[in-house]
Design a protein around this ligand. Structure first.
Ligand code: NAD
Length: 480
């Protein structure tokens, strides 16, 4: 059975403990590989290697540094099929989605920041005839990058690409639930000629490896994507050490549908925004709010189309929903169905485990769930479930739906469907969300800021400014 290695100081190495964790294929419910059960000693080795590599990487001519990152992007494209397959097996997502979204966006991340790094301008401020200030930005040093399981290579590269492009060296940790594509990525880095120690990947558990990265005194900046609860722990550790912190956390995103929308587009995109990747995308809309005059028609069509979604073997190109990432996560999702019933909700469809024949007979499959008749204040509508679960609720007035949309502790993304131009902008203006889509969903321009408000995170930056996080500004004031 395949054994994943750490990538430290340019080498693929075993964990110092010699211990490994089981890596499951969630579509089969079976162990299919092993990953290092690393600890603080592996993180120490990675941090020392990253520190040693920092000077030469940060001083490398920009064009040369960018060329290496662009080469990695090309290699991701070359290996698209293999990476997509690995990601599908690791996470349970349909291979078609991995091929069309995750892997292409991973190479886009590398390419965007590689090229952006060559166009960053410095600032200067003239104080009339008295003085001139110029501001320099230099890489902060070794960056710690910690990523989740839901879009494994896409979010892993989203963290490390701006760090490497800005001249930082990196100690990174992918999720223990989905380590395979980061392992394959380390091989691509070696093939691309990334100098030893520039990127170090330490596999293992969050409480051991992640915590050791956050605590490490040689790592002054932590870029984290994951759950809000983990984000709080990380902030509590990093803040007293005065580390730079970027936190991209959970969401409970509203999807607002006005009666004057383009019905077919709103409906079909809402099916995607609810159930893509089994609803395991932080940007999925999990609370659908529909103007009352359209409500009955929308619910009836939405439920009909949800029932028709093919749940099954992720490797089958026709599959729309694959397996949930783990048995534990499946149990969490199912527990919310019970909660929704206790809270008085009506299950319009789904919620049962789906038995898939053949090799997937023991996989973690759940039929997508639509719940109605729940108030916005209940737990089902306030807490992030992170699975194929949506609630639908009617509204009567614009102010009312804005209040509903803003009523959770989260503020990651929102979607608005309307053909009323003024209303679209007005509602967007009043929503407390980091990203708002009008008549579309999941379009991403990497030049724009990304991240959430409230408990969905801190540290939103867009485009090349995302690299700012990994730098320190210094102002020099010169008397004229
Ligand atoms: P998680 O918080 O459990 O884990 C994320 C990463 O943190 C993993 O690599 C994990 O090993 C590590 N970790 C766990 N405990 C740690 C600790 N004490 N110190 C340091 N690292 C630790 O999240 P998850 O279950 O992997 O991912 C799902 C969550 O991520 C959802 O809440 C989802 O909304 C969120 N998410 C947010 C975004 C975004 O851009 N805002 C994107 C994707 C996912």
């Amino acid at each position: 059975m395949q054994q994943i290695s750490n990538y430290i100081n340019g080498q693929l190495v075993p964990p110092l403990s010699g211990n490994y964790l089981e890596n499951l294929n969630p579509a089969e419910g079976k162990v299919y590989s092993f990953l290092p059960d690393s600890d603080e000693r592996d993180v120490e080795a990675a941090a020392v290697a990253a520190q040693a590599a920092f000077l030469s990487w940060s001083q490398m001519p920009l064009a040369k540094r960018a060329a290496i990152l662009l080469k990695i992007a090309d290699l991701i494209d070359r290996d698209l099929e293999g990476l997509a397959l690995a990601e599908s097996v690791d996470q349970g997502k349909p291979v078609k989605l991995a091929k069309s979204v995750d892997i292409p966006r991973a190479s886009a991340n590398m390419r965007f920041f590689a090229t952006a790094s060559m166009h960053v301008a410095a600032e200067s401020h003239l104080m009339e005839d008295e003085a001139i200030n110029y501001t320099t930005r230099t890489p902060v040093g070794v960056a710690g990058c910690i990523s989740p399981w839901n879009l494994p290579l896409y979010l892993f590269t989203w963290k490390i690409a701006p760090a490497l492009a800005s001249g930082c060296t990196v100690v990174a940790k992918p999720s223990e639930l989905t380590p395979m594509t980061a392992f394959l990525f380390s091989k691509l880095c070696m093939e691309a000629g990334l100098p030893s120690g520039v990127l170090n990947i330490v596999h293992g558990l969050g409480k051991k490896v992640g915590q050791a990265i956050v605590e490490h005194p040689m790592i002054p900046a932590i870029s984290f994507t994951g759950g809000t609860v983990t984000g709080k722990t990380i902030a509590a550790t990093a803040a007293p050490m005065f580390k730079k912190l970027s936190l991209e956390l959970g969401g409970k995103n509203p999807n607002i549908i006005f009666a004057d929308c383009d019905f077919e587009e709103a409906l079909s995109t809402s099916i995607n925004s609810s159930f893509s990747n089994q609803g395991e995308i932080c940007l999925c809309g999990s609370r659908i709010l529909v103007e009352r005059s359209l409500y009955d028609r929308f619910v009836s069509e939405f439920v009909k189309r949800t029932r028709a979604l093919a749940v099954g073997d992720p490797l089958n190109e026709a599959t729309r929903l694959g397996a949930l990432v783990s048995e534990g996560h499946m149990q969490k999702v199912l527990s919310y169905i019970e909660l929704a019933k206790q809270e008085g909700g009506t299950i319009a469809c789904g919620g049962e485990r789906v038995k898939v024949d053949g090799r997937c007979a023991s996989g973690y499959f759940v039929a997508p769930i639509v719940i109605t008749a729940l108030p916005q204040s209940c737990r089902t509508n306030q807490e992030e479930i992170f699975g194929p679960v949506v609630t639908i609720m009617p509204f009567d007035a614009e102010e009312e739906v804005i209040a509903y949309a803003n009523s959770t502790a989260y503020g990651l993304s929102a979607t608005i469907w309307t053909n009323n131009l003024k209303r679209a902008h007005r509602v967007a203006h009043h929503l407390k969300s980091g990203i708002i889509w009008i008549n579309c969903w999941l379009l991403r321009d990497l030049r724009t800021p990304f991240g959430g408000m409230k408990q969905s995170g801190v540290g939103r930056e867009g485009g090349w400014e995302a690299m700012r996080f990994f730098t320190e500004a210094k102002n020099v004031c010169v008397k004229l």
